[in-house]
Design a protein around this ligand. Structure first.
Ligand code: PLP
Length: 379
């Protein structure tokens, strides 16, 4: 060991987070109602012109409510990015519906819009359109939303944008989260900003967001006694956590700049190594580089991505595999997949490097030294 443990993407807190949290505590609004929640929602919505926002207990809760709001129910099909975190697909199962996975485009690692259009066109001919599409913005980079939005619009299938990993990214000048009928963000501890745990559901439709707030508060009807005409959930964000979120949001531009700078550093520091290819930044937008990811050609590099990960782990540096595709997950075995070879390859050869905005230059040097040592050991 040569110092403290380096995590993949740890929380990055400051004095303002602490101060707003204590103010919220002292105000005694410590549950899921209060001025911090309201302010967090309106400040968040202001980042995405023309949208409204509901603060929730997690990104997963936001995905679940998005599916409820577009009417996904038992035995419906929902098309979903194959290369993602399981939460994207889990929410489909919560509704008793069936995920159908769509492979990635190698140029962006995100959902391949041509495969999505093929799947929708074919299903339209068979009269079996899905009830929704979930397109994920992976590792801080937006999916190619123009063709995705138009394919969905052509078949009148609502798009849910899972922007959990991409707050602060943009696509053709518009922010991540602008493209879905409903869009989802996460403030989980590893995200670019965090509330410890939390999420946001956004939509241009104010009525949907109002309904989401109701559903997230156990769907109580507006009468003095406890009356329920719908099944509700306990999904609201705590006012304490919203206070942290407001302070974090004020730092978002700095956090994006820092993560992008870390990406630039890695690209330069590993540029001379054979067989290393970074996740491409698509020309249509600006990634936050939430995580810096790369693929390893073991024959040229001299070691596999897994050997690099294991060596780093032995030095107390947390690197991670790229998401294991949903169609390879035991829990989703047997579900349909269109394509699949690209996501399988990215999983087999992919690696995510520590990317937290609070990494120091010493940390970064240590990570690069560890990475380069794998080549020396292998040769
Ligand atoms: C793509 C994606 N979707 C959904 C989620 C779920 O968000 P949460 O952890 O806030 O429930 C995450 C991350 O955690 C994610 O990476």
């Amino acid at each position: 060991m040569s110092g403290r443990r380096i995590y993949l993407s740890p929380p990055h807190m400051g004095a303002e987070e602490r101060q707003l949290l204590l103010e919220a505590f002292d105000s005694n609004w410590i549950s899921t109602v209060g001025p911090q929640v309201n302010a967090f929602e309106s400040e968040f919505a202001a980042l995405l012109p023309g949208t409204h926002a509901a603060a929730l207990s997690s990104g997963t809760a936001a995905l679940h409510l998005a599916l409820v709001l577009v009417g996904v129910g038992r035995d419906d099909d929902v098309l979903c990015s194959d290369l993602t975190f399981a939460a994207s697909a889990n929410a489909i199962i919560y509704q008793g519906a069936r995920p159908v996975f769509i492979d990635s485009d190698r140029a962006t690692w995100n959902m391949d819009p041509a495969l999505l259009a093929e799947e929708l066109d074919e299903r339209s001919r068979r009269g079996r359109l899905p009830k929704a599409v979930i397109a994920v913005d992976l590792y801080g980079q937006c999916a190619d939303h123009d063709p995705i939005v138009s394919a969905c619009a052509r078949h009148e299938v609502p798009l849910i944008e899972d922007a959990a990993e991409a707050l602060g990214a943009d696509y053709r000048g518009r922010p991540a989260g602008s493209f879905g009928a409903l869009s989802v963000f996460s403030f989980n501890g590893n995200k670019i900003i965090t509330t410890s745990g939390g999420g946001m559901l956004v939509s241009p439709r104010e009525d949907w967001i109002a309904r989401a707030r109701g559903l997230a508060s156990q769907a109580r009807d507006p009468v003095p006694h406890y009356e329920h005409s719908a099944i509700g959930y306990n999904y609201r964000l705590s006012n304490l956590l919203a206070a942290i979120g407001r302070a974090q949001l004020r730092r978002l531009a700095d956090r994006v700049a820092r993560r992008r700078a870390i990406n630039v550093f890695y690209r330069a520091a590993l540029a001379d190594l054979d067989g290393i290819e970074f996740m491409p930044e698509a020309p249509y937008g600006r990634s936050t580089c939430w995580l810096t990811c790369l693929t390893v050609d073991a024959a040229r590099f001299g070691a596999t991505a897994e050997q690099i990960r294991a060596h780093m782990a032995s030095l107390d540096i947390e690197a991670r595999n790229v998401w294991k595709p949903m169609h390879l997950q035991p829990v989703f075995q047997g579900l349909p997949i269109r394509g699949g070879a690209v996501s399988e390859d990215l999983f087999a050869r992919g690696l995510c490097l520590p990317s937290g905005s609070n990494l120091t230059q010493d940390d970064l040097d240590r990570i690069v030294d560890a990475f380069r040592a794998v080549v020396r050991r292998a040769s």
